[in-house]
Ligand binder design. Structure first.
Ligand code: NIG
Ligand code: FE
Length: 396
């Protein structure tokens, strides 16, 4: 085992109030970190003030930069081929998003070879990692046949442990609604469950393509019976039943939360279900942003994620999402960073990531800036990158 001492950290965000200044971000200034590189990947051995740092085998100096926990992007749809820039341009000219464009990506993804999809996925993972994301959740949902959904999940499982079966993304064109729900909860689930940790459903009665509350309940119950954890796309286009259903079933996360009633906010605040906000979607669909302030003030746990997909949010940048959250969702820079790291970890029910403390994974992101505030203060500037210390495992 090799121990590496990292110094030159102007500001270390630990997300561990006990280790730092007592704030939720647990900030240590003029800090040091010791990372142990072992067979199972790198782990944090020590964090604290540089002046009290223990000796180590090797040393890295970051020259006065900020270090934050690696971003946890707990909601993406990275397995796809083709793009929908024309749909985006039409939306910017006034067309509304209703999920209909998903069928376009389903067609291009089905037509792509496995090798092409694997190469596209690898490029996207590299793009995420270059921008400071160390854990990524990946959904299927652009196959919508047994074979195409299974292929997507197998590819996703090659690059992450956070794989999500989203056969219930939309009813594919030409399929009868009831028969498709039967397929998703029957043969498709059976084929996909071995490669999936989670099941998700696009619960949105306001979309003619997505699923209503009863259908979503059926899908989630089947997934739970197959041993999968629950996630929900809810309340994206309307104040529908998604949030209430997610809370009732103790889903790990309900994502979008763009249109919430007061009862939805209260339900989330008194639940273990994380509200994952995806402001790249509102940016790219020209929709009103969700009210993060109401959720945080009520005591709900909030995560931020990119929702990286070719339809509603073709960004891989968690820094961009943080900047949007600060400027448009009413979050402070500290709240946004915490939601993009510890919040994402909670949305994935992970205790080994999101916090920089002894024993946790050494998932470190370095900023070309002295403070985390610069993530929102300098929007669009590529400040964040993943800090590789020794051998890091390829699957996160
Ligand atoms: O999370 N809303 C449902 N699914 C995706 C969009 C997929 C698409 O339009 O291709 C989302 O926004
Ligand atoms: Fe999504």
């Amino acid at each position: 085992m090799t121990a590496t001492l990292i110094t030159g950290i102007a500001e270390l965000v630990t997300n561990d109030p006990a280790a730092g200044d007592g704030s939720p971000l647990g900030i240590v200034t003029d800090a040091a970190v010791v990372v142990d590189e072992g067979a199972g990947g790198s782990r944090i051995a020590w964090v604290g003030s540089r002046t009290r740092a223990p000796a180590a085998d090797a040393r890295t100096d970051l020259g006065g930069r900020a270090v934050v926990p690696g971003f946890v992007d707990a909601h993406t749809h990275l397995v796809f081929a083709g793009d929908r820039s024309a749909e985006f341009a039409a939306r910017m000219a006034g067309t509304r998003y209703d999920g209909g464009g998903i069928a376009t990506t389903v067609a291009t993804t089905r037509a792509a070879s496995e090798g092409t999809l694997r190469a596209l996925l690898a490029e996207r993972i590299a793009e995420l990692r270059r921008q400071g994301t160390t854990t990524v959740e990946i959904k299927s949902g652009y196959g919508l046949t047994v074979a195409d959904e299974r292929r997507a999940l197998r590819l996703a499982a090659e690059v992450t442990t956070e794989t999500t079966f989203l056969g219930a993304h939309v009813v594919p064109p030409g399929s009868a609604r009831g028969e498709y729900v039967d397929l998703v909860t029957g043969d498709m689930l059976a084929a996909c469950a071995p490669d999936a940790r989670w099941i998700d459903v696009f619960c949105e009665p306001a979309s003619p393509h997505a699923f209503d509350g009863d259908e979503a309940r059926t899908v989630l119950a089947a997934g739970r019976a197959a041993g999968l954890g629950l996630r929900v796309h809810g309340n994206q286009l309307s104040a529908g039943p998604g949030v209430a259903l997610a809370v009732e079933l103790d889903a790990a996360s309900v994502d979008h939360c763009t249109h919430l009633t007061g009862a939805d906010v209260d339900a989330l605040a008194s639940s273990g279900t994380v509200a994952t906000l995806l402001p790249g979607v509102e940016f790219s669909t020209r929709s009103p942003y969700p009210d993060a302030r109401a959720l945080l003030d009520a005591g709900a746990t909030v995560a931020l994620a990119t929702d990286c997909n070719p339809g509603t949010s073709y960004t891989s940048s968690m820094a961009f999402v943080i900047a949007l959250a600060v400027r448009e969702l009413g979050m402070t820079p500290a709240e946004a960073l915490r939601s993009a790291t510890a919040g994402g970890a909670l949305a994935l029910r992970r205790t080994d990531i999101g916090v920089l403390a002894p024993g946790k994974r050494a998932d470190l992101t370095v900023l070309d800036a002295p403070s985390h505030v610069h993530l929102a203060y300098r929007p669009g500037v590529p400040l964040a990158r993943t800090l590789e210390v020794g051998g890091t495992p390829s699957r996160r």
